[in-house]
Write a protein that binds this ligand. Structure first.
Ligand SMILES: Cc1ncc(COP(=O)(O)O)c(C=O)c1O
Ligand SMILES: N[C@@H](CCCC[NH3+])C(=O)O
Length: 422
């Protein structure tokens, strides 16, 4: 392994990257490029680190980071719960074999159909994000004759240090009900008065890619104070706080180390009394480092190295100014390094995967470039821009390689057009 940015089972020999013993040249020959290669052992180890850090709590994997039925199977086996935020993620949770009582349904605008689907399947909890949604979940409970367990998502009023688009705990976010304005307290009051709803906890999520543990501690203290006020006012015991995900990880070799799940647990436990059960919802800090994106170089021109994917499979650099590193992964080179810009194949000048990265000066068409830290919010947010088909995800492990998301084909795309004849 060259540095901490690569998945744990990575090794390098003769200039070739291997993950779980499988060389990227063979993987590219078998599955094509672009290719997302997921190190199953790495994914499992990160799940276990969280479970071990929260022995008296619950770890809900944030499925939005990356989800596939195979992943759901690993989570179910390792004792994690699963957060979903759409009917699609709910469907994957179901086919992947997650017991419904371990599923938590999030989202700021769940449709009535999605809510019905969740209630009918028997999900463990729906996180209410608005008063309108409270009415919709009540209506589904009335129709289906159920009493749905719910949490109320609260805005704790914390602006955590991260990209503005990833901050979700401040007063101006669209997510949750304001603690400061009294909306959150009003939602709690209504839930407690509604026989088709059962309040099982309070929820907050302050954002994503956060390194500062003190922000999590502050949110936890505010949520505990709020929970205690509610318990006093309504003479109830709530006893459960879900403090969301958001722990960051380092994308570049030179980045400062991110806190570990154990360090996060220590800060949260210091803020939350033992009679309150804790849940956390890590996405990025589990999935992020597990996966490498593999591309083939198509052209080299001036300082541009163009690869066969780009902003369609990884929109993060274009949307958040996200930064990555890359390495030549298919052969040895002793050429002097040259500062290059890795671009994709899309019709946009902003289709840049990495602005400045040192690659061997003899980089040429046919070479394979690997980008580590590609497991979170990449394949999950891939698009078909320019009608490019989305790449597969192959999990590698002790038993070899297995496709867990297949490559999209042009037939898949053509199926969307009703007037298309075969
Ligand atoms: C409600 C909720 N929980 C969990 C997560 C996972 O966050 P992260 O991937 O930053 O851990 C998110 C995404 O930001 C979220 O919105
Ligand atoms: N899509 C974002 C993360 C969003 C977090 C989910 N609420 C990213 O790539 O970093």
């Amino acid at each position: 392994m060259r540095d901490h940015t690569w998945p744990v089972s990575s090794t390098w020999a003769d200039g070739q990257l291997r993950i779980a013993g499988l060389g990227v040249r063979e993987l590219a020959a078998e599955y094509g490029t672009p290719l997302y290669i997921l190190d199953e052992a790495d994914f499992r180890a990160r799940c276990t680190a969280y479970v071990d850090a929260f022995p008296d709590g619950d770890v809900h994997y944030g499925g939005k980071a990356f989800l596939a039925p195979a992943v759901v199977g690993w989570l179910a086996e390792l004792g994690l719960c699963l957060d979903v935020c759409s009917g699609g993620e709910l469907a994957v949770a179901r086919v992947g074999g997650m017991p419904p009582e371990r599923v938590v349904f999030h989202g700021n605008n769940k449709s009535s159909a999605e809510i019905r689907q969740a209630v009918a399947w028997g999900v463990g909890c729906i996180v209410l994000d608005s008063l309108h949604e409270l009415e919709r979940v009540t209506a589904a409970g009335e129709d289906l004759g159920t009493r749905q367990k719910v949490m109320v998502r609260v805005k704790p009023g914390i602006d955590a240090a991260t990209h503005a688009a990833l901050a979700t705990g401040g007063e101006r976010t669209k997510f949750g009900l304001s603690m400061a304005s009294g909306d959150a307290a009003e939602a709690v009051r209504r839930v407690l008065a509604e026989p088709h709803l059962e309040l099982v906890g309070l929820h907050s999520h302050i954002g994503s890619q956060i390194f500062d543990l003190e922000s999590f501690g502050l949110a936890a203290r505010r949520m505990v104070a709020f929970l205690r006020t509610i318990e006093r006012e309504h003479r109830v015991t709530i006893g459960h706080l879900d403090l969301g995900g958001g722990l960051g990880f380092r994308y570049l070799p030179g980045d400062p180390p991110a806190p570990t799940p154990a360090e996060l647990a220590e800060v949260l436990r210091a803020a939350v009394p033992g009679d309150i059960r804790l849940a956390v919802e890590p996405g990025r800090s589990i999935a992020g480092r597990t996966t490498v994106a593999l591309y083939e170089v198509g052209t080299v021109k001036e300082h541009f190295v163009a690869v066969d994917g780009g902003m369609s499979d990884n929109p993060r650099p274009a949307t958040y100014g996200a930064v990555y590193t890359a390495a030549l992964a298919s052969r040895e080179s002793d050429a002097e390094p040259r500062r290059m810009t890795v671009v994709g194949k899309h019709c946009e000048s902003g289709d840049i995967l990495i602005e400045d990265v040192d690659l061997p000066g003899d980089i040429a068409p046919g070479d394979l470039i690997a980008i580590p830290c590609s497991g979170a919010y990449q394949r999950a947010s891939a698009s078909n821009y320019n009608l490019v088909t989305r790449p597969p995800v192959v999990a590698v492990g002790e038993s070899g390689a297995r496709v867990i998301v297949r490559r999209e084909t042009e037939e898949d795309l053509l199926r969307l057009y009703p007037e298309t004849r075969a």
